[in-house]
Design a protein around this ligand. Structure first.
Ligand code: ADP
Ligand code: MG
Length: 557
């Protein structure tokens, strides 16, 4: 087998490459943070593997990332002494996109550079961002623990193909040389590079080292230019909003600023630190319902990155939460299996739920604009918690917001507490209606009589609502009741004599309708609940709501 060969990119890689290089020209500098974040991941992996095999560190335990530039050659060079890659890994990780997310990425690209650049990190096409500024990329790597002669060089101009060869490489880790395009030579500037690191990569937990700059050229030994400390271990009092925001961005997966965060050190029968963020926007993976491979909550044990552990440390209905948990007490060799069934882990998980609910409650109380933003983005995900998390149900229910016959437009601003607080003296249930849209809910004939009597009705029109309210039979001692279900109790209004008369007058019409509709209906009755509409469909107390029946029919049941 030849040690040097030329291979074609997978068709999808070529397409991603094309899109990345053409859609991100207004955010060119993101290539640096993508490559630094890969180097940092590679260092994390090495440190983790070295827990079991200390030999991997082989006399070079000082983990770092080096960045340098060469104005004459027109190159930028980024080096890490991390885990490195074998030849198979290079082909697998760089030549193919083994992720099903790729297609979704391609579909999701909007052509708007700002939002597209946000997608890059989330879909793991980060490496290819090198081609935004480079017309040739040379990657040289050796897997930690592999013999010197098992180094690999990968080279590509980012068009259709790449070359890969096996060659001796004296040290483990990965070096990436970017041959900058003529018009991108401005990046060959020590000050500019430092500035980019300060902006995007200051909170990378490993030192990023650069030589000083003299007459535009690198000069002297490399020195760390970032903070390189675990931000979450620093006392709150020392940290500014900008620190927290910067750290959030360095976690990856989101280019927006966070909406809010909570940072706590817990000391007790076990000790840990948690730093949890609410994003401002729905992260893309959560939007895809990506429950299987949740990223964004990193588990550390005594400052060593162990794994992304969102699934183990947060319930599904909090899958949008991002951040870091650092435990003092979990074993360093903790596995996914161990995390599934561990007392310490379930305590941490419960604490995460509590802290996030505290945080959201605080927004609801003190920061209405942020809370409204939160409700818009995550209100529906939160509703899953009503179904899944009986223990938190009451707290979550208080955080839900709905449109109602009293609120303005489709905006969801009415809490169940608001509703109960203004219920009429003789009213004993919380009325709601479900429909496919705000307009359909608001215009529903089923709510006319209640509206006419000034009784507020919650308007629910999200797909999840029907399912959710099934798990929320009551709030604050008041039952929730669908307007289409059963009778209205004392809702009648018209006096009994008048009703009787009305029913007698209508007997002929009712009989005709019964014959016309036949088997399709259970019964035809004179109603006192309508004011403007001539007729409406109602359900028996225990029937499934109409809206739900339609959904099931659509789903083929
Ligand atoms: P992601 O980082 O989201 O996985 P990237 O496109 O940034 O996606 O990188 C693709 C893969 O290439 C990484 O998952 C990793 O396996 C490999 N890789 C990239 N850079 C390095 C590096 N410096 N050291 C080791 N492996 C790397
Ligand atoms: Mg990456």
């Amino acid at each position: 087998s030849a040690t040097a060969e030329t291979r074609r990119f997978e068709a999808e890689v070529a397409q991603v490459l094309h899109l990345v290089t053409h859609s991100l020209y207004s955010h060119k500098e993101i290539f640096l943070r993508e490559l630094i974040s890969n180097a940092s991941d590679a260092l994390d992996k090495l440190r983790f593997d070295a827990l079991a095999s200390p030999g991997l560190l082989a006399g070079d335990a000082d983990l770092h990332i080096d960045l340098s530039w060469d104005p004459d050659a027109g190159t930028l060079t980024l080096t890490d002494n991390g885990i490195g890659m074998s030849r198979e890994e290079v082909i697998e990780n760089i030549g193919t996109i083994a992720r099903s997310g790729t297609r979704k990425f391609l579909d999701a690209l909007s052509g708007d550079a700002r939002s597209d650049s946000r997608l890059i990190g989330q879909f793991g096409v980060g490496f290819y961002s090198a081609f935004i500024v480079a017309d040739k990329v040379t990657l040289t790597t050796r897997r930690a623990g592999a013999p010197d002669d098992q180094g690999v060089r990968w080279e590509s101009a980012g068009t259709g193909e790449y070359a890969v060869q096996t060659l001796p490489v004296p040290q483990r880790g990965t070096q990436i040389v970017l041959h900058l395009k003529e018009e991108e030579k401005a990046f060959l500037d020590g000050w500019k590079l430092r500035d980019l690191i300060a902006r995007y990569s200051d909170h990378i937990a490993f030192p990023i080292r650069m030589p000083a700059s003299k007459d535009g050229k690198p000069d002297g030994a490399p020195e760390a230019v970032n903070q390189a400390s675990a931000l979450w271990m620093r006392p709150k009092a020392e940290l500014s909003d900008a620190d927290y925001q910067g750290f959030y961005t360095s976690l990856g997966h989101d280019f927006n600023a966070p909406l809010a965060w909570t940072h706590n050190r817990v000391e007790g029968n076990q000790s840990y630190t948690l730093l949890l963020y609410l994003p401002e926007r729905q992260p893309y993976d959560a939007m895809l319902g990506g429950r299987d491979e949740r990223k964004g909550l990193k588990l550390y044990v005594r400052r060593v990155f162990i794994m992304d552990a969102g699934e183990q440390l947060l319930p599904g209905w909090l899958r949008f939460v991002r951040g870091v948990i650092d435990s003092d007490d979990l074993p360093l060799n903790v596995s996914r299996e161990l995390l599934q069934d561990n007392r310490l882990v379930s305590q941490i998980r419960a604490a995460c739920v509590k802290r996030v609910l505290d945080l959201i409650e605080k927004l609801a109380k003190d920061e209405p604009a942020k809370f409204a933003q939160f409700t818009r983005e995550f209100g529906n995900v939160l509703k899953e918690g009503i179904v899944e998390d009986a223990a938190s149900r009451d707290r979550i229910a208080k955080l839900l917001r709905f449109a109602s016959t009293r609120s303005e437009g489709a905006d969801k601003s009415v809490s169940l507490e608001d509703y109960v607080g203004r219920m009429q003296a003789d009213q004993d249930v919380i009325w709601y209606v479900t429909a496919d849209s705000y307009a359909a809910a608001k215009g529903s004939p089923q709510i006319e009589a209640l509206k006419a009597r000034g009784v507020e009705v919650l308007l629910m029109f999200e797909r999840i609502d029907e399912w959710m309210v099934g798990y929320l039979p009551e709030f604050g001692g008041k039952k929730l009741r669908h307007v289409a279900k059963g009778e209205f109790g004392q809702a009648g209004g018209a006096d009994a004599e008048e009703r009787k008369q009305l029913e007698e007058q209508s007997a002929g019409l009712v009989e005709r309708l019964r014959q016309l509709l036949g088997e399709q209906v259970h019964a035809v009755r004179v109603s006192h609940r309508l004011t403007d509409s001539p007729a409406c469909l109602v359900l028996d107390e225990h029937d499934m709501a109409l809206h739900m029946q339609r959904l099931l029919r659509e789903a083929g049941h």
